[in-house]
Write a protein that binds this ligand. Structure first.
Ligand SMILES: Cc1ncc(COP(=O)(O)O)c(C=O)c1O
Length: 460
């Protein structure tokens, strides 16, 4: 039996053949195109040993390397190692799914060296998570909480059976913490931005957003009927110029700390521009929550701008160490969202156990001065180091080191991974071409020794 590049594109991995399982792995077209193999293939059944594996005439990717009893797990591992194996499953005479249209797009990612894969944690030093203060990593919530006290399940949408006193109490508590009139909890920061940006601006209105805004902001605007234009990153002149010609109600959207660059928006100046043009100001505080301010209240409050913002978004998936988000603003804004915001209305409410965890984490914030102080020391040390790459200017735990080119930044990240440092490359198209980078995220639980090791590996 021969497999070749002319073999049907469908490459079943598992086949239920008359009750007997046959496992079959083909290399798909991507591999063939890249010349890894021309006609290499693998066909095996449970119980087969390495020697029984059929190999195509010029298969070089897995030469006689597989020994012993082969299980589905081994085959999957092989598939992962090859990166290009196409895995699918079908039973009996059932026709394989036609997913060729997916392959075309996946191949684009491969060609850009930007193919994404899910990974499991493997014990490396965490320099990539958003758990800035270590609340999730250190199990700090579990230490305080009686897990059995709250329901883990959920009864429905907040507007139907999913509302309960704890969630409303938490909204009030967080509104007080953040010096806002009211708050509304969402299931994620993504949902909050999606909902806010899609339901506030109406047809005929204009949204102006920083060009580095998070995908959730962009996706929200795409769902809105308003027109949306970006302004240059933190560029007040460009913002003002665009506001001058904006039509309808005007909305200005930014992040207080940018998720990919770690720098801060000039919020005070932007608020002043918004006031001058009568624009509504919306600030996403995802990466400032817990980290900026004496109690981790965020940049808006540090600058005393809460009255200038129509809405603020604080997410719970970063320093809060939980999941969800809150939109802060007036009671009227809250009522509006409850009535018009589809990602709030048409989804199941967070369970009480999740909300209790959020409340608990917020209770920890004021006492985490030592953690915030250590974070600052780590940030200062990295900022003071001489590196052989451009370092993006940032005083926050998000530190970018620019390594142009997807392949170059991936290779460097792999080298750091091999040294035990879990640092992820950020690739084009997530960031513009030429601005690919290592996104180094610092945490209160990282040690100065971790930092010295990192600096040693990146030193100029
Ligand atoms: C700036 C910003 N806003 C919103 C989100 C989405 O938050 P969540 O992860 O809670 O969906 C993120 C997540 O990375 C973010 O960086």
């Amino acid at each position: 039996m021969q497999f070749s590049k002319h073999q049907p594109e469908m490459s079943p991995l598992f086949r239920d053949d008359g009750g007997e399982l046959l496992y079959q792995l083909f290399l798909c077209g991507i591999a063939l195109d890249k010349g890894y193999t021309a006609g290499g293939g693998l066909l095996l059944a449970p119980g087969m040993v390495g020697e029984d594996i059929f190999q195509g005439d010029s298969c070089q990717v897995y030469p006689a390397g597989v020994r012993g009893q082969l299980k589905a797990k081994d085959i999957l591992l092989l598939g992962q190692r090859l990166h290009v194996a196409k895995l699918c499953r079908f039973a009996g005479n059932q026709k394989p799914l036609n997913e060729d249209f997916l392959d075309i797009k996946l191949r684009e990612r491969e060609d850009q060296h930007a193919f994404r894969r899910l990974r499991l944690p493997d014990g490396k030093t965490d320099l990539c998570s958003n758990d800035y203060l270590g609340i999730a990593t250190g199990g700090l919530i579990e230490r305080v909480l009686d897990q059995a006290r709250d329901r883990h399940g959920s009864g429905g949408s907040r507007l139907l059976a999913g509302n309960y006193p704890l969630v409303e109490e938490t909204e009030k508590m967080l509104a007080i913490f953040h010096a806002a009139e009211a708050g509304l909890i969402f299931n994620s920061g993504y949902d909050a931005n999606l909902g806010l940006l899609s339901c506030l601006p109406q047809r005929g209105d204009t949204i102006l957003y920083d060009q580095l805004s998070h995908a959730s902001i962009r996706d929200g605007m795409r769902l809105s009927f308003a027109r949306a234009f970006s302004f240059g990153h933190n560029d007040l002149t460009d913002l003002e110029r665009k506001l001058a010609s904006a039509e309808g109600n005007k909305f200005v959207v930014t992040e207080s700390v940018f998720s990919m660059d770690g720098d801060q928006a000039p919020l005070a100046e932007m608020a002043a521009v918004c006031r001058r043009y009568g624009a509504h100001f919306i600030v996403d505080e995802a990466h400032a929550t817990g980290v900026i301010g004496e109690r981790g209240e965020g940049l808006v409050q540090v600058l005393g701008l809460q009255q200038e913002c129509l809405a603020r978004v604080h997410t719970f998936g970063k320093a809060v160490g939980c999941h969800g988000a809150i939109v802060l603003g007036s009671h009227r804004l809250r009522d509006y969202l409850v009535n018009y915001c589809r990602p709030f209305i048409y989804t199941t409410a967070l369970p009480a156990s999740a909300v209790r965890a959020i409340q608990t984490a917020y209770g920890l914030f004021p006492g985490m001065d030592r953690e915030r102080g250590h974070l600052r020391a780590l940030i200062d040390r990295l900022r003071g180091a001489r590196l052989r790459f451009e370092r993006l200017e940032s005083v926050t735990p998000i530190q970018g080191v620019v390594v142009p080119g997807n392949e170059a930044v991936k290779t460097l990240a792999q080298g750091l991974q091999a040294e035990g440092l879990d640092i992820r490359p950020i690739l084009y198209p997530t960031v513009p071409k030429g601005r690919e980078r290592l996104r180094i995220v610092l945490h209160a639980f990282n040690t100065m020794e971790d930092m010295e090791k990192l600096i040693g590996l990146l030193a100029g």
